[in-house]
Write a new protein. Structure first.
Length: 214
């Protein structure tokens, strides 16, 4: 009896046929991003990638898609600062939700196109959902863990044939490293140290030339 119940449970489990993938704005998949010294922001693109074998994103396409970007940011070094920092995929003409809180950013979009939004021939397994601009909040260094997931309890991602696929989407993760900005005092000390070293080298060179001339 137990085996039957376990078998039924396994058989009815919903497989993950899709995953949220992080990438650069050029489309290159990447699990890591940085905000280096001298830079205030980093652009992070999120794609819906098909991991199953149905080729649904190419053959059927999406009528609508949504994603929730969570940022685990214990040191408060960076986050999506405003809704205007969320860019949708232009192929989805209708943006239903574009919101930001202290812990997450959400994008939900749809299309009027009767054919839906299909993945391109050169890149048939994924469709761009949107791009999130993440902004440095402090001068300190730190690491932010990013997690792109389907919003719990929603049905906002569906194929163009009406099939709701929210429960088939696995979450994706990435890491954002924020470099610390040197304090003004540190910059002054570094400058003085460099100037002192240069002066020492000039004196040493002059002394060598003096000895050579004797």
């Amino acid at each position: 009896m137990l085996a039957t119940l376990l078998g039924a449970g396994l058989a009815s489990a919903q497989p993950f046929n899709y995953i949220y993938q992080f990438a650069t704005t050029g489309g290159t998949p990447s699990p890591t991003f940085t905000i280096p010294v001298g830079t205030q922001t980093a652009d992070v693109a999120v794609y819906l990638q098909e991991t199953g074998t149905g080729a649904t994103l190419r053959n059927i396409g999406l009528a609508g898609v949504g994603v929730q970007l969570l940022f685990n940011n214990p040191s408060g070094v960076a986050s999506v600062a405003a809704a205007a920092d969320i860019s949708n995929n232009p192929s989805f003409e209708v943006v239903f939700t574009r919101t930001v809180t202290a812990n997450d950013a959400t994008l939900i979009e749809s299309t009027f196109n009767l054919n839906g939004v299909q993945s391109p021939v050169p890149d048939p397994l994924r469709i761009l959902v949107g791009t999130f601009k993440i902004t440095r909040l402090t001068s300190g260094a730190g690491t932010v863990t990013l997690r792109a997931q389907d919003r719990p309890g929603t049905s906002d991602t569906n194929l163009n044939n009406g099939t709701v696929i929210d429960s088939q989407i696995n979450f994706g993760t990435a890491t954002l490293t924020v470099a610390g900005v040197p304090e003004p005092t540190s910059l002054v000390l570094a400058g003085l140290g460099a100037a002192g070293l240069a002066a020492f080298r000039r004196r040493k060179k002059a002394k060598v030339e003096e000895v050579a001339a004797e």
